[in-house]
Design a protein. Structure first.
Length: 385
């Protein structure tokens, strides 16, 4: 079996509209480096309002590269904006359910944003660059929404002249380089000293090719990894040099599979309404100390509750590769559906995410009309010590 082709077939249904009987042209934004990826034989697809590389060499091979060597992913479909000003931390604290005031300069943190009804809206990453300077990298579906929320708070408090918001999605590229050999191979791309100088959880601003750039030690797939925020001009050379040094170009399909292995949720794709932080096992990101943010009262009133459902991992033990939306059964009773799924090259099995009642150990997943046995496990599927 060609595992790369098999996985691609499982991905294609997710890219089609289920509610349309006629073929529809989807207008998407182009990534700044699309012309570069064409030279590397990318296989593009419209995802999250962008045309992104779905895969290059193949989903299976790209997963193995990220786990065994190093892979480079273009994550430029994620939202990213700067918030600058003396009161910028106060503004962000009004929007986020996670307080940013305890984040030291030069460090980063995963945070949570909730709807007023307590449902998860987004799980961005916030970077405290220096005093009064913040970078927010949001999920792919909430980039304009979150930017607008922060802007509204600035306007409501008449701080337009004190807090400046700068959207960077159109004039920057965001790369993720992940894998056990990423530090070593990046030395040939950005220099010997730079990769070693950034500890995990820190963000540094550097000059690269004469342009200001940002490097952070971070991973969404439980690997030794980095994010680079670069100008498109520098990004083109960075990508080509990374591939020359032996870093494998990889697409969104492989990244999603690796992220599912790591149990790293992406909102709202894997936190569909009415999922709350408690159900998504994100309650540690909610800070109630002297706070007021969207959803505060609801989350405070429910924080001691035991959820009827919570996020769990599903590992297929029978034959078949599951996909998002496949129904889950317990004793022939339909109990839910997969919110995402992929084939894991690391585990040599289909895996998925679902919100399930407690005390379940074995279920079945309906794949191509057949119920296939599966194991319910606690996340993550993959740990890297």
């Amino acid at each position: 079996m060609n595992k790369n082709i098999d996985q691609l077939k499982k991905w294609i249904p997710l890219l089609k509209k289920d509610d349309s009987s006629e073929e529809e042209i989807i207008q998407t934004n182009r990534l700044a480096l699309s012309h570069v990826y064409m030279k590397h034989k990318w296989h593009p697809a419209p995802v999250h309002n962008f045309t992104v590389p779905l895969w290059f060499q193949g989903v299976y091979d790209e997963q193995r590269a990220a786990r065994q060597h190093a892979a480079i992913f273009d994550r430029s479909h994620l939202g990213r904006f700067y918030v600058v000003g003396e009161k910028s931390s106060e503004i962000l604290d009004t929007v986020f359910a996670t307080s940013v005031k305890d984040i030291p300069e030069g460090q980063l943190k995963r945070v949570l944003v909730a709807h007023p009804n307590g449902v998860v809206l987004d799980i961005p990453t916030v970077f405290h660059l220096s005093y009064g300077r913040w970078l927010v990298i949001s999920g792919p579906k909430t980039q304009s929404h979150l930017l607008g929320m922060v802007g509204e708070i600035v306007d409501e408090n008449a701080l337009e002249n004190d807090v400046i918001i700068s959207d960077r999605i159109s004039d920057s590229v965001l790369f993720s380089v992940q894998g056990p050999e990423s530090e070593k191979l990046l030395e040939g791309v950005v220099g010997i000293t730079i990769p070693k100088s950034v500890p995990f959880g820190e963000v540094h601003e550097i000059l690269l090719g004469g342009y200001r750039a940002l490097i952070a030690r971070i991973s969404q797939i439980n690997e030794n990894g980095y994010w680079f925020l670069l100008s498109p001009e520098v990004g083109e050379h960075f990508f080509d040099n990374a591939v020359t040094m032996g870093i494998t170009p990889a697409g969104l399909a492989a990244h999603d599979a690796l992220r599912i292995e790591a149990g790293f949720l992406e909102a709202p794709y894997e936190t569909p309404s009415p999922v709350t932080p408690l159900e998504a096992n994100l309650q540690e990101l909610v800070d109630f100390r002297d706070r007021d943010f969207p959803g505060f009262e609801t989350l405070l009133n429910n924080k001691e509750n035991i959820p009827e459902r919570s996020i769990r991992g599903i590992k297929i033990t029978g034959q078949g590769i599951a996909k998002r939306g496949d129904r889950i059964f317990s004793e022939n009773v339909d109990i839910g559906a997969l919110v995402n799924a992929a084939y894991s090259a690391q585990l040599s099995a289909g895996i998925g995410l679902a919100y399930l009642p407690p005390n379940l150990h074995e279920v079945s997943v309906k794949i191509s009309g057949q119920q296939v046995t599966a194991e319910v496990i606690s996340l993550p599927f993959y740990k890297n010590n």
